[in-house]
Ligand binder design. Structure first.
Ligand SMILES: N[C@@H](CCC(=O)N[C@@H](CS)C(=O)NCC(=O)O)C(=O)O
Length: 205
């Protein structure tokens, strides 16, 4: 019998979204008790720190007291506990985990660019820093366009992460037109976000 978990949650976090989307895909959403949080790179949320010394979300605690973080670990835990196939074994595993790393890497760059604006005083902000993060995002999107026929052919932690990263761009970087030069990715995403795991986890404040 699968243990329940307490999860520090934020409706705007794309990493939390990965966890919730996995839980919905696996049919185990009812095992998760969401706790409110206010993760911030400068104002440390000590409630989250009780589960994760890095004070980042998602962070989880199982019934038996086991602590789990970050999103990659919690998603893989849910998949294992539910006997799912979101994280395949064998040769496919490495491809799918690399797809997850691509989506997470896009998000890491996006958050670094955003924190530059939201957490630094205007005179401390670096345009070069922001532009460098946007270059990573652009290159990640190009790679997604080249590989969408492969990662988009089944539901895995790879494409759930990639979809969460695209959703985050629309949410926080609405001025970035990632679609017009990437028609295959745009078309896959338009279909994929209709899945309940995506539509029910759309980011909001
Ligand atoms: N690699 C982590 C990243 C988690 C992360 O950066 N979460 C953000 C919220 S979207 C956060 O907690 N930021 C607060 C901070 O950087 O201290 C994961 O996959 O869970």
């Amino acid at each position: 019998m699968m243990q329940s978990m307490e999860l520090f949650f934020a409706p705007s976090s794309p990493y939390v979204r990965k966890v919730m989307a996995c839980a919905i895909e696996l049919g185990v959403e009812d095992k998760i008790v969401c706790l409110p949080s206010a993760a911030n790179p400068i104002k440390r949320d000590t409630r989250i720190a009780a589960f994760n010394p890095l004070a980042k979300v998602p962070a989880a605690k199982l019934d038996d007291g086991t602590l789990l973080f970050d999103s990659r670990v919690i998603c893989e835990y849910l998949n294992d506990a539910a006997g799912g196939t979101l994280v395949p074994s064998g040769a496919e595993r490495w491809r799918v985990l690399t797809e997850q790393a691509l989506g997470d890497g896009l998000l890491d760059a996006a958050l670094l660019a955003r924190y530059e604006e939201t957490s630094r005083a205007p005179d401390q902000r670096s345009e070069v820093w922001r532009a460098s993060q946007m270059t990573k995002i652009d290159a990640a999107l190009d790679h997604m366009e080249e590989t969408v026929e492969i990662f988009g052919s089944e539901v895995t932690i790879g494409c759930l992460t990639i979809a969460s990263s695209l959703g985050y761009l629309d949410f926080r970087f609405s001025g970035v037109d990632w679609r017009s030069s990437r028609p295959k990715l745009a078309s896959w995403y338009a279909d994929f976000i209709l899945r309940p795991s995506m539509s029910r986890t759309a980011p909001h404040e």
